[in-house]
Design a protein around this ligand. Structure first.
Ligand code: IDP
Ligand code: MG
Length: 152
C-alpha cells in the first residue's frame, strides 16, 4: 500500500467545542502518523485558496466566514492510503449521513459545522499540505511501535 500524506484540519467549531484532543486522538489511535501539527487562524486569502473549488457555490461566503472565524488546528498525517483512510475516519460531509463511529457521525449534526477537513485526493493533498506547512515543518521519524502497526 502506498504511503501518503494528507492535510487534516480541526475546524473552528471543533476548537471552540474543546474537541482538539479527541479529534487528534481519532487519527493517532488509528496508527496513522502525525508528521506536522499547528494551531493557527486562517486569513481570507488562505481560506479562498484552500476552498477555491467551491468559489461558485452558494455556501462559499458562509464557509469562508466560518473557517476564518477562529483558530483551527492543521495536521499533516501520513500512512498507508492516508488520504482515503482519513476520509473514512471523518465520515460523510453531511453529518446526517455520517455513520456512528466516524468523527462527523459522533460529534456533528450540521453540514456547515462538520468539525473536520480532510484532503479528497492526491492532487488536493499535495496542494493543501503545502498551503499550511513548509516542508521543513514536516518530520520524518520512526516509532518503536511501527512494526506493530504496519507489517514490515
Ligand atoms: P468535504 O469537506 O467532505 O471535502 P466538500 O464538498 O469539499 O466536503 O465541501 C467543503 C466544505 O464546505 C464541507 O466540509 C462543509 O463544511 C461545507 N459545505 C459543503 N456543502 C455545504 C452545504 O450545502 N451547506 C453548507 N456548507 C457546506
Ligand atoms: Mg472537499
Amino acid at each position: 500500500m502506498p504511503s501518503e500524506r494528507t492535510l487534516i484540519l480541526v475546524k473552528p467549531d471543533g476548537v471552540q467545542r474543546g474537541l482538539i484532543g479527541p479529534i487528534i486522538g481519532r487519527f493517532e489511535q488509528s496508527g496513522l502518523k502525525i508528521i506536522g501539527l499547528k494551531i493557527m487562524q486562517m486569513d481570507e486569502e488562505t481560506a479562498g485558496r484552500h476552498y477555491a473549488e467551491h468559489v461558485d457555490r452558494p455556501f462559499f461566503s458562509g464557509l469562508i466566514e466560518f473557517i476564518t472565524s477562529g483558530p483551527i488546528v492543521a495536521m499533516c498525517v501520513s500512512g498507508p492510503n492516508a488520504i482515503a483512510h482519513c476520509r473514512r475516519l471523518m465520515g460523510a460531509t453531511n453529518p446526517q449521513d455520517a455513520a456512528p463511529g466516524t468523527i462527523r457521525g459522533d460529534y456533528a449534526t450540521d453540514i456547515g459545522r462538520n468539525i473536520t477537513h480532510g484532503s479528497a485526493n492526491e492532487e488536493d493533498a499535495a496542494r493543501e499540505v503545502s498551503l499550511f506547512f513548509d516542508e521543513s515543518e514536516l518530520l520524518s521519524y520512526h516509532r518503536a511501535t511501527g512494526p506493530w502497526i504496519i507489517e514490515p
